[in-house]
Ligand binder design. Structure first.
Ligand code: HEM
Ligand code: NFK
Length: 260
């Protein structure tokens, strides 16, 4: 068959995937589905780029790693901006179909958890949420056994002769490692004397800040849409989400700011 726009991009299949739960159909549920499906596509692309980022760091290519991180950051900006679209939906409009969502929640997004895990943010709760889906559990545990972005970055610095210590995994409360004063000294030296690597460090901080920004925009959207109602996923809602706001992906890169 001749390749066309429609069969190459599987447009017919794609456009058959927006199936509303509400009956009679609530107008805004379409937006809700399209937005979430778009997020999952971007999550997929971010995970794909994480793969490239880690392999290119292994090759010691600073420029390539920076270029990849720049692309990830650009996607993240779009992900944050997309929240504006969903915020055109009023609490009343959301309430019109919220009941049809049952116990479904963004809390169950496996790709979002995969991103968090590769960022070093993990907890057993992520696995527990998928207890009765062995495929998801396998995927998440598999990710937990992969090196995190920070571990790859440390290895790349070691390969270049820096005396960075591989961070020890703590594996509880969502943060894998403790900040390391030893590594902070090395990072300070890099910031002052190795401009190419310093630039890459800044891109990592941009990414960390971007993820925090997404969490902040998400919690504000939740606050204005459902106030302090409990979440469909069973959490306390806004107060649970607020506790995730200050999670850092690269704590050492933040700690050194006050030493410069
Ligand atoms: C009206 C819009 C939204 C509302 C009211 C909302 C509400 C919530 C609530 C209350 C939670 C806490 C878990 C629970 O008990 O359900 C949550 C978690 C989550 N939501 Fe949303 N959400 C909205 C839109 C989105 C969008 C567009 C995404 C994009 C994928 C998303 C992704 C997530 C993720 C990944 C979590 C887990 C966060 C974590 O555990 O740190 N949400 N959401
Ligand atoms: N957790 C939300 C519902 C919700 O937003 C949602 C439901 C199904 C699939 C994705 C969702 N998005 C984020 O949590 C709530 O408690 O209203």
């Amino acid at each position: 068959m001749k390749l066309t726009y429609n069969n190459y991009l599987k447009i017919d299949e794609l456009l058959a995937l927006q199936q509303l739960q509400s009956e009679p159909e609530e107008h805004d549920e379409m937006l809700f589905i399209v937005i979430h499906q778009t997020y999952e596509l971007w999550f997929k692309q971010v995970l794909h780029e994480f793969g490239r980022f880690r392999s290119i760091l292994k090759e010691g290519q600073t420029w390539g790693a920076s270029k990849t991180m720049k692309r990830i950051l650009t996607i993240l900006k779009t992900m944050v901006a997309q929240i504006d679209i969903l915020e055109t939906m009023t609490p009343l409009e959301f309430e019109s179909f919220r009941g049809f969502l049952d116990e479904a929640s963004g809390f169950q997004s496996v790709q979002f958890r995969e991103i968090e895990i590769l960022c070093g943010q993990r907890s057993d709760k992520m696995i527990k949420a998928h207890e009765n889906n062995p495929d998801y559990v396998r995927r998440l545990k598999g990710r937990m056994n992969e090196p995190t972005l920070w571990e790859c970055f440390c290895e790349y610095l070691q390969a270049d002769g820096y005396d960075i210590r591989m961070p020890e995994r703590r594996n509880d409360h969502g943060l894998v490692y403790d900040p390391s004063p030893h590594n902070q000294q090395i990072l300070l030296d890099i910031m002052k004397n190795d401009p190419e690597k310093a630039l890459l460090c800044e891109l990592l901080v941009d990414f960390d800040e971007g993820m925090q920004e997404w969490r902040y925009r998400h919690v504000k959207m939740v606050e204005r849409t459902i106030g302090d109602k409990r979440g469909t996923g069973g959490s306390s809602g806004v107060s649970y989400l607020r506790r995730t706001l200050h999670r850092r992906i690269f704590p050492d890169l933040w700690e050194i700011r006050s030493e410069i």
